[in-house]
Ligand binder design. Structure first.
Ligand code: AMP
Length: 589
């Protein structure tokens, strides 16, 4: 193994990374750094987050910057604001001893004016999310003509988020003779297209095997009826008392529902999804990072910016619609040399999807048995006893209190005291599980709910709350939900104008139904995906816009899973979120 110095890293950067504790290069750094320092080169690297890729591209890029030139010389594109800030922060750390090197993060959701001011003052490295960079390009406030390096980080995520057109547009603005690096955890066809179009004889390197999840991750599935999914989740959480994990749900609504239920049931949980404001998301992420929250219930998109190395578990509350997302989800555990478990709580209909995932991760799911009440109680007990043994006793602080405690407990034998301590901790759990039946494992026949279409655990609430008529779209049209309505000052004309501001070649808009806090509008079925993609990451009066197919919104009336139900929002309470949990010590069930 070579040292950073042997790879050609300059002394002023060496000093900074040594202070950061980087002693030896990680494999991706060993491969990429000397290659890039050499000359103009293109690289495709299949590498997951946590492999050291930021330094792999960051160090040679920083070293190649001409600080006398106050123009952008390197452009790093990444999918989320959080990753953008993280990369910019890392680059600032690496370049701590390079005076006058300026790195600017540009991302949506923060003041564009101050980003423009910084650009005017002169920066050499821009780290950007594609949407905001396009905004800046359109305002003629950023000049990419001197860019020597383009890095696409988490390229597959950017494509998943619908940034393909934006990336195309951005790449047209940078000169041909630049080095381009593309980092991706997976290699879908769309990435191959980009590489063919924009890269010249790229060097392809793979850290870990292609499209394979981390070897430190065990993949386990629990097969249950849809109606039992939540119960199974609770049992898994109970069985691992020290769990620190993310529970992935498919939709924002499901995410909030599951988080609310867990909080109500006394778990130390909270939610993270796109209906929360940026400030709320930052707050939840910070609480999770410092382990004030044990279980984070999240959507794939919202969790992207969260970089935590020590997750014990990832729980798939159902498998993702897009099976490639499974690699990203499970890759969040088993990092930094630790082992982790990716759990999938699935029902029989998802078996086919599981097989497809196995092909991608090149591993088999192990079948898990839902823990019984008895095994959970035992596990919790031993965990508690373990804590009791290891607890740090602060002799000085309790010394003055102990005599009266001893006096009070004088009449009890040691065994009695231990029994009482254990009961204090476990009685509630024992009460809950005493008569709890084991969760039935499906035998292959679907329950009534499952036949209706994967909605078992929601059916109950639906039947009570639906409006009588849920409108379906005109023939050939899709009905879309948008989270802006009359209170946002919108009318049919402004809504049409807003939509067509973002959709290429304008789209024909059919029926529009304006509500107080949200609206529905219809577009030709064939164009619905384009419209949804085009409006992703847009804002209306400073608020992030959400557009989805509304439930029952297809003209054939089939709807699609996890879509917006019109009835859910009739109270207009779609913006708020329920209170977050405190760090609870004991759980009620
Ligand atoms: P990344 O994949 O760039 O997000 O890096 C994952 C983690 O590894 C980050 O916490 C980095 O600070 C850390 N890291 C990167 N390179 C090294 C290195 N050579 N030695 C030690 N830690 C590193």
């Amino acid at each position: 193994m070579k040292t950073f110095e042997e790879l050609g890293i300059a002394p002023n950067i060496l000093r900074a990374i040594e202070e950061m504790g980087y002693e030896n290069p990680m494999p991706v750094q060993e491969e990429v750094i000397p290659y890039l320092l050499d000359e103009v080169r293109d690289v495709i690297a299949l590498a997951q987050t946590g492999t050291g890729k930021t330094a792999a591209f960051g160090l040679p890029v920083i070293q190649s910057i001409d600080i006398k030139q106050k123009v952008p010389q390197a452009l790093i594109l990444c999918p989320t604001r959080e990753l953008c800030l993280q990369i910019a922060g890392d680059l600032a750390d690496y370049s701590k001893y390079i005076e006058k090197l300026r790195v600017l993060p540009v991302y949506g959701g923060s003041s564009i004016e101050s980003q423009i001011k910084s650009l005017k003052r002169g920066v050499q490295i821009i780290v950007a999310t594609p949407g905001r960079l396009i905004d800046l390009i359109n305002r003629n406030t950023v000049d990419l003509a001197s860019v020597k390096y383009v890095i696409l980080d988490e390229a597959d995520e950017m494509l998943n988020m619908g940034f393909s057109d934006s990336i195309d547009e951005i790449l047209k603005q940078v000169p041909d003779g630049r080095s381009m690096l593309l980092f991706s955890a997976t290699m879908p066809k769309e990435i191959a297209k980009i590489t063919r179009k924009y890269m010249h004889e790229p060097k392809e390197i793979t850290i870990g095997r292609k499209n394979e999840g981390s070897n430190n991750v065990k993949h386990v599935y629990y097969m249950v009826h849809a109606k039992d999914k939540y119960l199974a989740l609770k049992r898994v959480a109970d069985y691992y008392p020290n769990i620190y994990g993310i529970i992935f749900c498919r939709t924002r609504r499901e995410t909030q529902e599951i988080a609310d239920k867990l909080i109500q049931d006394g778990y130390n949980a909270d939610s993270l999804h796109g209906d929360l404001s940026q400030a709320q998301r930052d707050y939840v992420m910070q609480k999770f990072r410092i382990k004030n929250i044990q279980l984070l219930v999240a959507t794939d998109v919202a969790a992207r910016g969260l970089d935590v190395d020590s997750l014990t578990h990832v729980i798939n509350y159902g498998l993702p619609d897009d099976i490639e997302s499974y690699t990203h989800r499970s890759g969040r555990t088993g990092r930094a040399g630790k082992t982790g478990t990716s759990i999938a709580i699935v029902h029989i209909k998802e078996k086919g999807k599981m097989r497809e995932i196995e092909k991608i991760i090149n591993k088999k799911f192990e079948e898990g048995t839902i823990p019984t009440g008895q095994s959970i109680c035992e596990k919790q007990l031993f965990n508690f006893v373990d804590q009791l043994e290891k607890v740090k006793v602060n002799e000085d602080e309790i010394a003055s209190l102990m005599p009266s405690v001893y006096r009070r407990l004088d009449w009890l034998e040691k065994e009695d005291i231990v029994k009482r301590i254990v009961s204090l901790e476990l009685n509630r759990l024992l009460d809950y599980y005493r008569d709890a039946e084991d969760i039935e494992v499906p035998t292959g026949r679907f329950s009534k709910d499952e036949k209706r279409g994967e909605r078992g655990d929601r059916g109950e609430r639906r039947s009570g709350g639906d409006r009588k008529s849920v409108r379906t779209a005109e023939k050939g049209y899709s009905r879309l939900f948008i989270n802006i309505g009359r209170t946002d000052g919108i009318n049919p004309a402004t809504l049409m104008g807003f939509v067509n501001d973002f959709v290429d070649n304008k789209v024909r808009i059919g029926r529009i139904d304006l509500m107080q806090n949200f609206s529905f509008f219809e577009v030709p079925e064939k164009e619905s995906n384009k419209v949804i993609k085009s409006l992703r990451n847009t804002e209306y009066n400073g608020r992030r816009v959400v557009v989805e197919i509304s439930q029952g919104g297809q003209s054939n009336g089939s709807g699609s899973r996890g879509n917006r139900s019109e009835s859910r929002f009739s109270g207009g309470g779609d913006r708020g979120r329920k209170g977050s949990s405190d760090n609870r010590k004991s759980r009620k069930r």
